[in-house]
Design a protein around this ligand. Structure first.
Ligand code: DC
Length: 212
């Protein structure tokens, strides 16, 4: 089974998806990490973040993979830590907007999804990458709560700067961020991680029983 979890930054996708995957014994695929890895490499190699053709060429020559510990690799380099840096936050939206980049990433995401039962998080998973996913969830949360969660993940950052950055990225990512028409929306503002996971598990159980 494929479980697609989409939504904006700070809605709780990563924490929920990771925890859900661990509980179900499914693979976990963080597609944002893939766009971030390519962005990191483009910065290293001074490739223009608006040049889709050059970015896709760079991505094709340096495949993205996840090791068994869930570390993100591009071209064999472990970039798990580097991709969370503010420089990557700033440049990832233009990179991920390029059609050539999206095509390449979606191809790889479908290959990884085909490996078996998976929880896949991103922005366009339920609508474009795996429209046949049996469970589709779209997580949302109030902006202030989302900004607070981002701050907790980036200790030492200035709250106002992070909130402004998140707002800017929401706008920039909007074209990629349309929920699938059949996605179940969950507002995580006042929910604990376990509560969100439990809601999704109920959807999974319902799907599994309707298969029989
Ligand atoms: O979820 P995240 O913040 O790690 O994602 C990083 C960026 O990648 C985000 O600004 C939008 C982009 N992204 C995308 O366009 N499509 C996806 N499926 C996942 C992420």
């Amino acid at each position: 089974m494929i479980i697609a979890i989409d939504g904006p930054a700070g809605a709780g996708k990563s924490t929920v998806a990771r925890s859900l995957a661990a509980e179900l014994g499914y693979r976990y695929l963080d597609t944002g990490a893939m766009y971030r890895a390519l962005t990191w490499l483009a910065c290293e190699r001074s490739v223009d973040p608006e040049n889709g053709v050059a970015l896709a060429e760079l991505g094709r020559a340096n495949p993205i993979d996840f090791d068994s510990a869930g570390h993100t690799e591009i071209g064999g380099i472990d970039v798990t830590e580097e991709i969370r840096r503010p420089e990557v936050d700033r440049v990832v939206s233009p990179v991920s907007r390029q059609p050539e980049v999206r095509e390449l990433m979606r191809e790889r995401q479908r290959e990884l999804a085909a490996l078996g039962d998976s929880v896949i998080e991103g922005r366009d998973i339920g609508r474009v990458v795996v429209p046949g996913a049996e469970v589709k969830v779209y997580l949302v949360a109030d902006e202030a709560v989302r900004a607070g969660r981002r701050l907790a993940e980036r200790p030492g950052s200035v709250a106002e700067t992070l909130a402004a950055e998140m707002h800017r990225r929401d706008d920039a990512d909007a074209p990629q961020m349309l929920p699938a028409p059949d996605a179940v929306h969950i507002d995580t503002t006042n929910l604990r991680v376990e509560e969100v996971v439990a809601k999704i598990e109920t959807l999974v159980t319902e799907k599994l029983s309707s298969r029989r």
